[in-house]
Structure formats: structure tokens, C-alpha cells
Design a binder for this molecule. Structure first.
Ligand code: BGC
Length: 447
């Protein structure tokens, strides 16, 4: 077992009460697909050619049956908290909630705080984010979960990355439900945001006092100073960052976007009041910045996705940086830039921030590249704290190697290796590194 890595200089100490954790999601690890209804991801992966290695998540890490072993791995790491997601189709199936009851009990017994995400892309088949009614249905499901788990769960996350789910699933069709609507996908964004606002209300009605969302964000770097590149980069920034953060934090869509949303202007205004329900904290999933320029009239391969030529921007390579196995550039200071930029953009409207995902795909048990990535990002996060950003937590993506969506099992993000033949778990070097980091953070300073 390779668990012996030591960082060269200790990571600076984070503020007292800082929450250290790891993240996973239901569809990517649970398996036991026969014990729940189908989700849009089951339907999508059943279509030939959708997943690179032709795999499905029917078994995945079989976490449903092995959750005790996985909670023991969490306890061994010494994390404060575990972010997992609740599968809506499982909750809709007889006995489905019992699994989360058992998982939450096991976590509490191990001294690990459960932090459930209520939607991480596995929409029950038959529902559709293009339909407004899905938002109301989501709030009903959230109430059922909160009623059952609320006595032991304090911290809740409504949605994971509505931006990616809209872009990859509804605009480009490379994720479930496989729609290629380009800008006609925007209603899916609005309805997810509305679902989020209704869920915040439902959670509070059930007594919750610690509610956030997990959004993907990253700095957008213009390819050059050329006005056409700058304009394209601003547009990309609007799509990835502002279209989701602005309505949540300011109660407004960026200029020109509200008109594209479904319903009358008054209807959208009224929805924005729900969407901007104040949050207790704001979750940021950060992986890398994006370099963006004017359109180049050709398809572009970007991080495993083919972007069509007709988009009003083109994504360019970030040169001179190491890349992960996924081809994503490693840019830790992008995290400092992102967070200080958010603080400058949103000021007092930005609640405390939690990094709800950060991680990288690399092969191998002796994963020093992952250690370098995580170590660099944790230090970059500390620089944001020093710069005055109120950051309250950091979650590594991910505890286990898992089903990486359209990439199947080809991309490994785990601190723990999973052999998908035998389902055997083996902690990697990065597991030992994170465990030691957490132990170091808890050590009382001398003097
Ligand atoms: C998602 C995860 C995914 C990770 C790595 C995030 O966008 O929330 O589900 O596995 O990125 O691609």
C-alpha cells in the first residue's frame, strides 16, 4: 500500500473550524442499479457510443453494498465531512431512502459529518429540466429527504453544477440526456436554478440552517488583447460563471440573458426572487481556468468534449503547464484568482465559500502528480484566505476512482484506487498525503 508521501514544507494552517472533506456522487459510485428506478444516465449509457469505453454505472464501485468499508476509509483519512449525493430515482423506489439512513448513521458513528447533494445529474427517467414542473417536483423530493435525514444532517447542497449539466447534457449532448440544443438549452438552466431556490425554501421549512449549492467556476483568460478575443472570453465567462452566480447572489441575470429565459419578463422576475433566496454558503467546484478566443470556424477538442464550430468563442490551449490525464492544465493560482475575483465582483453578497470539489485524473497508486496538484491548490486556497476571502472548507474530488460520466472508468480521480474487476479498494499515495495534511492542520501550534 503506497500511503507514505510527505509534502516538503507544511501547508499553512487554515482558520479554526475549517471543514476538510472529500466528495463523491451517487451515480458515479453506488451501483445497485437494480434497486432503484432508472435515471437519464442509465438511458444515455444504454445508447451505443455514448460512453468512451462502452461501460455503464450499473455496478460502479458497488458503494451501495460496500459503504461500510468506504466510511472506514473516510475515518482513516480523518476528514471532518463527506460530500455524497442522494439519488432521486433511488429515493423514488421502495426502500431507497433506507440506504441513505444507513449511510448517514454510519458516518455519524465514525465522526464524519454527512453533507448530501440533492441532485448530481441523475434525473429520474420521465422528468425533464426543460419542463418547469420539474422544479416543483424536485422541491417535493427534497422535502421527503429532509424530513427523513434532517435529524442527523446539518449541511445541505441543493444542486451540483447546473452549468455543466446544462452545457454538456442539454446544449452539446455529450452527457445525459444527450440533447444538442445549443442556446435553446437555456430553459434547463433556469428551471434548475428555480429548483434550487424552491429546494432552499423546502430545506428551511424542514428546519435546515446550513444550505449551499455547488457550482463549477474557473477564471476565463482571453487568448490575446485583441478585442475579438476579449469579447469572446467575456461571453464565455458570462456562460460559465455569471449566468449561474449572478442570479443566485444578486437576483439578476447578466444583461441580455433574462430575455432568453422561458416565460414572461414578470414571470422571470418573480422566479429570480426564489432563485436568490439567501444562501448560508456558496460552493465552488474548481478544476482549471479556460483560455478563450474569438471563434475559429472549426470544431475544437476540449477536455474530452468536441465543441461545435458555430459557438461564438473558441477554447485554446493553455501552454507551458503540466496537464492531467484528462488534458486539463494544472493552474493552482487560478483558484486564488477565481476567489479574489468573486469577492471583488460580488462583495458583501458573496456568502462564505466552500470548495466543494477540486481534483485531477491520474493513473497509478504512486500518484505524486495528484499530490502535487492538490498540494498546490490547497496552498493557492490559503492565499485566497490571506487575501481576505472567507473560505470555510475544502473537499477533494474524489474519495474513490469512479464512473467518470462519458469517459467511463478511463479517468481516475480517486485518493483510493478501485479495481473494477474485483472492486478492491487500495489507498494511493495521495490518500496518505491528505491524511497527513489533515493531521498537521489539527496539531496545536507550539508557543
Ligand atoms: C463533476 C463530477 C466529475 C468531476 C470530474 C465535476 O464537474 O461534478 O461529477 O466527476 O467534475 O470531471
Amino acid at each position: 500500500m503506497a500511503t507514505d508521501a510527505r509534502p516538503t514544507t507544511p501547508v499553512p494552517r487554515f482558520p479554526d473550524g475549517f471543514l476538510w472533506g472529500v466528495s463523491t456522487s451517487a451515480h458515479q459510485i453506488e451501483g445497485a442499479a437494480g434497486l432503484r428506478g432508472p435515471s437519464v444516465w442509465d438511458a444515455f449509457t444504454a445508447e451505443p457510443g455514448r460512453v468512451r469505453d462502452g461501460s455503464t454505472a450499473a455496478v460502479a464501485c458497488d458503494h451501495y453494498h460496500r459503504y461500510r468499508e468506504d466510511v472506514a476509509l473516510l475515518a482513516g483519512l480523518g476528514v471532518d465531512a463527506y460530500r455524497f449525493s442522494v439519488s432521486w430515482p433511488r429515493v423514488d423506489s421502495p426502500g431507497g431512502l433506507d440506504f441513505y439512513d444507513r449511510l448517514v448513521d454510519e458516518l455519524c458513528a465514525a465522526g464524519v459529518r454527512p453533507v448530501p447533494t440533492l441532485f448530481h445529474w441523475d434525473l429520474p427517467v420521465g422528468l425533464d429540466w426543460l419542463e418547469r414542473d420539474t422544479a416543483a417536483r424536485f422541491a417535493e423530493y427534497v422535502s421527503v429527504v429532509a424530513e427523513r435525514l434532517g435529524d442527523r444532517v446539518g449541511k445541505w447542497i441543493t444542486l451540483n453544477e447546473p452549468a455543466e449539466h446544462t452545457l454538456l447534457g442539454h446544449a452539446l449532448g455529450v452527457h445525459a440526456p444527450g440533447r444538442e440544443l445549443l442556446f435553446d438549452a437555456l430553459p434547463a438552466a433556469h428551471h434548475q436554478l428555480l429548483a434550487h431556490g424552491l429546494a432552499v425554501r423546502a430545506l428551511r421549512a424542514a428546519g435546515a440552517t446550513d444550505v449551499g449549492i455547488a457550482n463549477s467556476h474557473g477564471p476565463t483568460w482571453p487568448a490575446s488583447d485583441d478585442p475579438a478575443d476579449r469579447e469572446a472570453a467575456d461571453f464565455y465567462d458570462l456562460l460559465l460563471n455569471r449566468m449561474f452566480a449572478d442570479p443566485l447572489l444578486t437576483g439578476r441575470y447578466p444583461e441580455g440573458v433574462g430575455e432568453l429565459m422561458p416565460g414572461s419578463a414578470e414571470g422571470v422576475e418573480a422566479d429570480l426572487e426564489v432563485i436568490a433566496e439567501p444562501l448560508d454558503w456558496y460552493g465552488v467546484n474548481y478544476y482549471a481556468p479556460t483560455r478563450v478566443g474569438a471563434p475559429q470556424g472549426a470544431e475544437i477538442e476540449f477536455g474530452g468534449v468536441t465543441l461545435p464550430a458555430e459557438l461564438p468563442f473558441s477554447v485554446r490551449r493553455i501552454e507551458g503547464r503540466p496537464v492531467t490525464d484528462f488534458g486539463w492544465p494544472v493552474v493552482p493560482e487560478g483558484l486564488t484568482e477565481l476567489l479574489t475575483g468573486f469577492r471583488d465582483r460580488y462583495g458583501d453578497r458573496l456568502p462564505p465559500v466552500v470548495i466543494t470539489e477540486n481534483g485531477c485524473s491520474y493513473e497509478g497508486l504512486d500518484d505524486h502528480d495528484r499530490i502535487a496538484y492538490l498540494d498546490g491548490h490547497v496552498r493557492a486556497l490559503h492565499r485566497a484566505v490571506e487575501a481576505g476571502v472567507d473560505v470555510r472548507g475544502y473537499f477533494v474530488w474524489s474519495l474513490l476512482d469512479n464512473f467518470e460520466w462519458a469517459e467511463g472508468y478511463a479517468r481516475r480521480f480517486g485518493l483510493v484506487h478501485v479495481d473494477f474487476e474485483t472492486l478492491r479498494r487500495t489507498p494511493k499515495a495521495s490518500y496518505g498525503w491528505f491524511r497527513d495534511l489533515l493531521a498537521g492542520q489539527r496539531r496545536v501550534p507550539v508557543g
